[in-house]
Design a protein around this ligand. Structure first.
Ligand SMILES: Cc1ncc(COP(=O)(O)O)c(C=O)c1O
Length: 317
């Protein structure tokens, strides 16, 4: 996300390269600040509001509406705001979708390994592309020959246009690109929402529960939905996901160009499999890498250094 030099100076903000929770849009933070004590004449902060109130319902409806606009989500897909982050989806997906007890997963790094381990509790899991490579992406989708494709877009959510109808389900933990942590946005084709599964599946972990109750089976994370809504509106105002992709390509170019010319740091992923949003890099010396990871968190940008990296280990991507 962007940070203007003017605002950075005004608030003494640092360049925060954390993968997530990550930097938030400053215009959004400023808007939230302005609405903190009294949201649009309601006399209270969104955090204090009943989720059953008209005002809150409006916030949720608008957020869904704007996301549908931004991603061009077809009418036969539900948009659900569910708590538990992306991690809860590692279990919800096999519980709800592994109809015949078989699934194929693509292993791209630590998160997919966690999803695979969870899915193995529910059936047979075939793993494509297992290996030591970490933090890579494909530029084109696999041909699933009619099988439902489920995509974890936690890293790339809203970073570029996405053809929703290519997928049965898309999910994204919101803390990287849109909102505070703890919530996931699920976009799921309606025919995949079922209830003919193991009755021991907890009620909260059924997509049908969330779909039937407009994401309000229990108290939703209204605050995160409110912040998401602000980001969705901002993205629309700058020209949508095409515009965002251009910004992201330009930003990534700066970082990759620096890495490609650096004598100290190296990108760890083959050029054609590089991610737009996560840029894994290392010094290539275990001792120095460990020092860099432990020593950089939340430091100010020193003079002459093009950026600070508040890192995660490459293994964590
Ligand atoms: C690709 C991916 N999947 C899942 C997660 C876990 O998300 P959460 O912390 O919301 O459970 C992350 C978090 O960074 C992630 O990057």
């Amino acid at each position: 996300m962007q940070q203007s030099n003017k605002t950075a100076l005004k608030y003494n903000r640092i360049y925060n390269f954390s993968a997530g929770p990550a930097i938030m849009l400053e215009p959004v933070l400023e808007e939230i600040r302005d609405e903190m004590m009294n949201y649009r004449g309601s006399g209270m902060c969104v955090m204090e509001m009943s989720h059953r109130s008209r005002v809150c319902q409006q916030i949720i409806d608008e957020a869904e509406h704007d996301l549908r606009d931004l991603m061009n989500i077809p009418d036969n897909y539900k948009v659900l705001f569910i708590q538990g982050g992306a991690t809860l989806q590692f279990a919800m997906i096999p519980m709800n979708l592994m109809k015949n007890g078989v699934a194929c997963y693509v292993e791209t790094g630590a998160w997919s390994r966690k999803a695979i381990a969870e899915a193995r509790k529910y059936g047979d899991v075939y793993v494509a592309a297992p290996g030591k490579d970490r933090g890579f992406t494909w530029q084109t989708l696999p041909n699933t020959k009619g099988y439902t494709l489920v995509s974890n877009q936690s890293s790339s959510f809203l970073a570029k246009p996405c053809k929703v109808s290519d997928y049965g389900m898309i999910y994204a933990g919101v803390q990287k690109n849109t909102s505070p942590a703890g919530m996931v946005v699920v976009i799921i084709r309606e025919d995949l929402i079922r209830d003919d599964f193991d009755p021991r599946v907890p009620v909260y972990m059924s997509y049908k529960t969330h779909a039937d109750n407009g994401s309000m089976y229990n108290t939703p994370n209204c605050w995160a939905i409110y912040v998401c809504g602000k980001v969705f509106k901002y993205l629309k105002s700058i020209g949508g996901l095409e515009a965002m992709e251009k910004i992201n390509i330009d930003k990534a170019k700066i970082l990759y160009n620096f890495l490609d010319s650096s004598r100290m740091f190296k990108g760890t992923v083959e050029k054609e499999c590089r991610l737009l949003m996560n840029v894994p890099f290392a010094i290539g010396n275990d001792e120095l890498d460990a020092k860099a990871v432990s020593g950089t968190a939340a430091k100010k940008q020193p003079q002459g250094c093009p950026f600070i990296y508040q890192t995660e280990r490459v293994d964590d991507l």
